[in-house]
Design a protein around this ligand. Structure first.
Ligand SMILES: *[C@@H]1O[C@H](CO)[C@@H](O)[C@H](O)[C@H]1NC(C)=O
Ligand SMILES: *[C@@H]1O[C@H](CO)[C@@H](O)[C@H](O)[C@H]1NC(C)=O
Ligand SMILES: *[C@@H]1O[C@H](CO)[C@@H](O)[C@H](O)[C@H]1NC(C)=O
Ligand SMILES: *[C@@H]1O[C@H](CO)[C@@H](O)[C@H](O)[C@H]1NC(C)=O
Length: 346
């Protein structure tokens, strides 16, 4: 294996220049009109009937795009054509609890723990005969792709993740942040309560509007895009899944016993060995931008990190060209390490 210090040298050099490269701007006003990814396909795993969008040649190199909360697969609508045009087979699944993805058995725990989100990606790949794919995600999607890439590197042809690394060691779940950082996470704590669950249930669309406004600086989204996205919240498991995600991460809900071993493995915060491109949107509130050095310890393979100026939390929708470029960039990195130079900008 190539010494990781070597890649860090390149990465560190690059990081310095990247922070100066602020001339790339993304003007939200130039965003294309929102559209739906349709028609959907369905595939059964052992737990889920997964609804997903697929396009591109069936023999193309596969890319799996994983959305966040409170968003839907349609965040990737402007990214998909850019990938398809380069010959990729693009697969965009609804997470458990979202859109038309449903649980097969009524008795399956409605768990949104990190082990479940990562396992769902691999199970979908098994169900639709994808041996290897590039995994790309943001927000909850980052949790999912981090887990899938760390635990199943043999299934991962490259890893693209907003906010780099969000796998959690549950032992540290009760270590407080600064009061200012905690205040930005108000909804994590509200979702621990019956009141929070009832509020989300009564008007998930307004919840999305509030979270979009609070968590993304300067994002002028349209009501039309919110309407499109909000259809994903009509899933009967949506509220259970959302509150479980936060309750599990804060140790107020146990995990599903079927993931006990994997959950323990994830507590050790396993490194991601596959080639990776990570980025931090500059205008994201909950996870402010970093230069990537604080998460360097979690990447043992080639890794390039970027700060995306004038982009907020919903990176694929706000900056589809940059998101697609991250996929192309990861596909250009060496698979097993070695000599590489990160491109200056995405
Ligand atoms: C998935 O399983 C359900 C039964 O739970 C079945 O009705 C459906 O046909 C299956 N779908 C596919 C695509 O195999
Ligand atoms: C996929 O199949 C098409 C048609 O058979 C072929 O032209 C193309 O080269 C193949 N692409 C790859 C990546 O194998
Ligand atoms: C999780 O973090 C705690 C506290 O830092 C540490 O003692 C423990 O070893 C970590 N767990 C694992 C499985 O690595
Ligand atoms: C990255 O940021 C940290 C502070 O968060 C700083 O200590 C470090 O010097 C920075 N590294 C580079 C390469 O800019």
């Amino acid at each position: 294996m190539y010494p990781s210090i070597f890649s860090w040298c390149y990465t560190a050099t690059w990081l310095f220049s990247a922070l100066l490269a602020v001339e790339v701007t993304v003007n939200a006003a130039n965003s294309p009109p929102p559209s739906r990814l349709a028609p959907l396909k369905f595939a059964n795993t052992s737990t889920l009937n997964v609804a997903y969008y697929e396009t591109g040649p069936s023999n193309g190199s596969a890319v799996i795009l994983v959305h966040g909360f409170p968003y839907s697969i349609d965040a990737f609508a402007p990214v998909v054509p850019l990938l398809r045009e380069k010959g990729y087979r693009v697969v965009v699944p609804y997470l458990r609890g979202y859109g038309e993805t449903s649980f097969i058995h009524p008795s399956t725990a409605r768990s949104a723990e990190q082990a479940a989100l990562g396992s769902d990606i691999i199970a979908l790949m098994d169900a639709i005969n994808i041996d290897k794919a590039i995994f790309a995600g943001y927000d909850w999607g980052t949790v999912a792709v981090n887990v899938a890439a760390a635990v199943w590197p043999e299934r991962c042809n490259g890893h693209v993740a907003a906010n780099s690394y969000l796998i959690q060691n549950r032992t540290t779940a009760w270590v407080p942040l600064s009061p200012d950082a905690e205040a930005l996470r108000w909804y994590y704590y509200l979702f621990l309560t019956a009141r929070g669950a009832a509020g989300l249930s009564s008007n998930p669309k307004n919840w999305a509007r509030t979270l979009w406004q609070k968590n993304s600086i300067g994002w002028e989204f349209s009501e039309e895009y919110l309407d499109i996205t909000a259809t994903a919240f009509e899933n009967p498991d949506y509220v259970d899944i959302v509150v479980n995600f936060y309750r599990n991460r804060l140790l107020y809900a146990p995990g599903d016993p079927r993931y006990t071993d994997l959950a323990a493995l994830l507590d050790a915060q396993p490194p991601i060995s596959v080639r990776s491109v990570t980025f931090d949107p500059e205008n994201s509130v909950v996870f402010p931008p970093t230069n990537g050095s604080s998460t360097a310890q979690y990447f043992t393979g080639p890794r390039c990190h970027y700060v995306l100026p004038n982009v907020a939390e919903n990176v694929p929708f706000q900056a589809p060209g940059l998101f697609a470029s991250a996929v192309f960039a990861v596909d250009g990195l060496p698979v097993v390490g070695g000599d590489y130079v990160c491109q200056k900008e995405l």
